[in-house]
Design a protein around this ligand. Structure first.
Ligand SMILES: *Cc1c(COP(=O)(O)O)cnc(C)c1O
Length: 365
């Protein structure tokens, strides 16, 4: 069966093997006579699916025992409100590092719940870089410091892990939106208080939100926080306080198994480095294309680029589609093109894109 190469930023490509397994199990999951979609979330079959997914995610990300993994709904955007509602506690202020559209949106939402201090922003550079930690200006007593460690739209990825111990503020928990690069590289979870994201970039179908939270941060939710969004309640109920998005969680579990079969996150990182290098080298080598992000902060997952002559954009996209290279149009706020090359994008897909880039510039350049 023919499959295109899908460079969408999200919902995004899934591993073919996972889709085929889901197809084979769709009507009758492992001989139980029903689909995963039809199962009670409290029955023994689905309980086993959910527990395996959580255990495999914990194993892949090397999550320490004092962190809880929560599966929620509402996506990363809902977490922009759920995080301050849960973590503000008796403090007044929260700190944000702004590196693009997603962290900007996050700090705006937090203003409904707390006083927001912008600890650092790369706005003056057009969000093409990540401010060095030495330049971050934390407030006196923030409840947390927020970062978006991979800006999906701008294509900016932190080249370092935020580590407030290095600037003498180890007591402040770091929160990180990792929606678009979770599982693409190893992460030292112990450096963070909370990591979260939507599943539809690098994990599975939309509808599922993951939260990895240090257990001392549970139990601080403000009174008006909905019970279904109170981390303590979600944790105490093993993410089953309300019905989880069962089918999305099942597919996520298949993706976790697929990642383990690829050799885990460290092995994926090697492939991701190779794929990103291949694409950026092709763009750098050819004056027909430009990029904006400073090389040290280039995302391995989301690669925005521009044609020197943007009157050729429509032709580029239509010829790319004919070549089976889909969803390359850049985000409307940035323009140009964007290739998202998540874990499930095979090296062959990046090679096909690079060959097309070369061919297109030869014919139109
Ligand atoms: C996609 C994305 C979001 C938004 O996720 P939703 O699931 O639509 O709420 C937020 N942050 C980042 C970094 C993203 O890539």
């Amino acid at each position: 069966m023919h499959r295109i190469y899908n460079f969408s930023a999200g919902p995004a490509v899934l591993p073919r093997e996972v889709l085929e397994q889901a197809r084979d199990e769709l009507v009758n999951w492992q001989g139980c006579g029903m689909s995963v979609m039809e199962m009670s979330h409290r029955g023994k079959e689905f309980t086993a699916i959910a527990q395996a997914a959580e255990a495999d995610f914990r194993d892949l990300m090397q999550v320490p025992a004092n962190y809880r993994i929560l599966f929620m709904q509402g996506g990363a955007i809902a977490q922009n409100a759920i995080i301050p509602m849960n973590l503000l506690g008796d403090k007044a202020t929260v700190d944000y590092v702004v590196t693009g559209i997603w962290s900007e949106k996050s700090q705006k939402e937090a203003r409904k719940y707390a006083q927001v201090n912008i600890a650092a922003t790369a706005e003056a550079t057009g969000h093409t870089t990540v401010p060095a930690m030495a330049e971050w200006r934390l407030s006196a007593d923030p409840a947390y410091l927020f970062t978006c460690t991979n800006e999906t739209i701008g294509g900016v990825e932190f080249p370092f892990e935020p580590d407030l111990a290095q600037i003498g503020r180890a007591e402040v928990p770091v929160v990180a939106d990792m929606s678009s690069h979770i599982l693409s590289r190893p992460v030292d979870i112990a450096k963070y208080g909370l990591i979260f994201g939507g599943a539809q970039k690098n994990i599975g179908p939309a509808g599922l939100t993951f939260v990895i939270v240090r257990d001392d941060l549970l139990g601080r939710a403000m009174k008006p926080c909905p019970s279904a969004f109170d981390y303590r309640i979600v944790a105490d109920n093993q993410s089953m306080y309300n019905t989880p998005p069962t089918y999305s969680l099942y597919i996520a579990g298949l993706v976790f198994r697929w990642l383990q079969a690829q050799g885990g996150v460290a092995a994926m990182e090697k492939v991701n480095i190779a794929k990103a290098a291949l694409l950026y080298e092709a763009l750098d080598r050819d004056a027909f294309y430009t990029t904006k992000v400073v090389p040290a902060c280039r995302s391995r997952m989301n690669v925005p680029f521009f044609l020197k002559d943007d009157s050729l954009n429509a032709t580029f996209l239509s010829e790319a589609a004919t070549a089976g290279l889909m969803q390359l149009k850049g985000h409307k706020s940035v323009g140009g093109m964007r290739a998202s090359i998540y874990n499930a994008m095979p090296l062959a897909g990046v090679q096909a894109l690079v060959a097309f880039l070369h061919d297109f510039s030869r014919r139109y350049g």
